[in-house]
Write a protein that binds this ligand. Structure first.
Ligand SMILES: CC(C)(COP(=O)(O)OP(=O)(O)OC[C@H]1O[C@@H](n2cnc3c(N)ncnc32)[C@H](O)[C@@H]1OP(=O)(O)O)[C@@H](O)C(=O)NCCC(=O)NCCS
Length: 183
């Protein structure tokens, strides 16, 4: 069965959340050119990285019926960011994972929290999730603050591929904070 993309669109108070597809490569690339965003993703994305992400997301929507959205301003159509819910292997288990990346000039306005709330609603109200998790590098305070604003609870530290505070590059065993919320 072909996934109905239009049915995957969600509206929040300020954003239109659209299932990521191949038509979003350019917007994903733009989002990841700002240094403030790039520093949390191992550098600026190349167009190939943006295309790879769009392909993986698009395939997941088709095969699993859920993955991340790209978020646009409902009024002026401007790019807000990306985020939402997806299946991910975390700490040896397949889980529902919530995430977000917001265009740097729009930080501090609650957009990540708004995208996160839509992801929680999708998981708990429509996909029958019993638990949703989020992870971020231990020192990513802004992302941890979003998790806490969403009512998620710190569970424990896990090691995953990512950033070490004060060091360049991606490391195999970086400390991540795991947050959870149950239905
Ligand atoms: C992580 C990230 C998405 C957080 O963005 P953010 O703007 O700090 O988070 P929110 O959108 O929830 O905004 C929260 C801020 O907006 C304020 N705010 C304003 N209006 C608000 C509203 N309606 N609702 C909630 N918060 C609101 C809050 O008080 C808070 O301000 P503060 O940071 O001064 O305390 C952003 O820093 C980012 O894109 N980082 C790079 C990518 C990244 O690290 N992603 C996570 C990887 S795991």
């Amino acid at each position: 069965m072909v996934f109905d993309r239009a049915a995957g669109v969600r509206l929040t108070e300020r954003a239109r959340l659209v299932p990521i597809g191949l038509e979003h490569v350019e917007d994903l690339w733009c989002l990841h050119q700002d240094d403030a965003v790039a520093q949390w993703h191992g550098g600026r994305w190349t167009r190939d990285q943006a295309r790879g992400y769009a392909e993986r997301s698009s395939t997941a929507w088709e095969t699993e019926g859920v993955h991340k959205w790209i978020a646009y301003d409902r009024v002026n159509g401007g790019l807000i960011g990306r985020g939402g819910l997806s299946h991910a292997e975390i700490d040896g288990q397949r889980r529902f994972e919530l995430g977000w990346t917001v265009s740097a000039p729009l930080w501090g306005r609650g957009y990540a929290t708004e995208i996160g709330q839509a992801g929680l609603a999708l998981g708990f109200n429509e996909l029958n999730a019993t638990e949703i998790v989020a992870i971020t590098e231990r020192h990513n305070r802004r992302s941890r603050a979003v998790m806490e604003r969403l009512g998620m609870c710190y569970s424990r530290e896990i090691l995953a591929e990512g950033l070490l505070e004060g060091q360049a590059g991606i490391h195999e065993n970086a400390p991540f904070a795991l947050y959870t919320i149950r239905r």
